[in-house]
Design a protein. Sequence first.
Length: 118
Amino acid sequence: MAIDRRRAAVVAVALLAAACGGDSSGPATGEELARDLGCLACHTEEDTSVAPTWRGLFGSTVELDDGSTVSADEEYIRRSIVDPHAEIVAGYRATMPQFTLDDEELDLLVQYIRELGG
């Protein structure tokens, strides 16, 4: 019974924090932000028919749908997030939604993609 009351208290505090706005600092990591934005639904651990994986992306050479290639450096990744239809990866369609993110959020996502290796 004591455990149930503690759980109820924890849930009540969490609900109260959420109702009051909670911690307004936003996601602490790029992975949390990617999850919150829904990015990880398409950019999974492996390439899918919907989107390429981010694992191993950073520093790799990416073939685009026009036959050209680009280095997946920080600039390319930022550009792809801000204007996802500017350079489409070969084999994929322009289905990614466009996001308006601040510099801190972009930095978090780029750092997360960098951490996934290259």
